[in-house]
Write a protein that binds this ligand. Sequence first.
Ligand code: ADP
Ligand code: MG
Length: 255
Amino acid sequence: MTAPVVLDVRGVGKSFDGVRALSDVSLQVRQGEVVAIIGPSGSGKSTLLRTINHLQPPTEGFVTVHGELIGLRRGRNALHRLSENEIRRQRSRIGFVFQAFNLFPHLTALENVAEAPVSARGVEKDAARRAAEEFLGRVGLSDRLDAYPRQLSGGQQQRVAIARALALDPELILFDEPTSALDPELVDEVLAVIGDLARAGRTLVIVTHEIAFARRVADRIVFMDAGRNVEEGPPSQVLGHPREARTRAFLDRVL
Ligand code: ADP
Ligand code: MG
């Protein structure tokens, strides 16, 4: 039996005052699938992730998660934008891990992870703290619960950010170059945690420059260039036998 479609991106386009960042991008991700997005700088990878959770509303097309339109509702003749509250509620079902960690500097690791379930879901504070301990354990940080971000390495901070995403029990998690801001010796500990999530059956979309990691962990690779989904397929095909000249040229540069 094929797993249900979690994420459906349909014909999404995005322009910023004349700059075309995305053109007619479609992408489907099924439950438990791990999709890696690769491509040159400026090809629209970050913009695609941000249109998925409506941090940047698409100018064309639409996104659904488990069949629910993100950011929009269908009216009789047109699509209408949801309220900010409704969009925030939808966004809380989609984990997002940024390149730059984005932790609250004045909160401990535990408080960073417990904050969203309390503020976004109304979870009781003690229960949220107990859950946060559990999630920090899963990313190997049981001994750093009370550390502030400045007391943690970049790799540890990014693992806190991953625990924070997990704390909202997301239906999918988006990663935007989660290891690009890290010193090289800290990359592997973060990739190992993401690999654990992949093996645990999480639905993940990962923008990454770590081609070897993508080959190992992804079920599917999407190559983007100039705002388009140029080609996608299993790692062995896209990385080993790309169909498109642009994919070959990119791989020749980075491999
Ligand atoms: P990538 O993540 O693949 O490096 P981006 O999605 O960041 O690419 O950018 C795609 C294109 O959209 C680039 O040309 C970039 O300059 C442009 N762009 C992205 N965000 C904005 C913005 N907020 N305002 C104007 N242009 C933007
Ligand atoms: Mg980017």
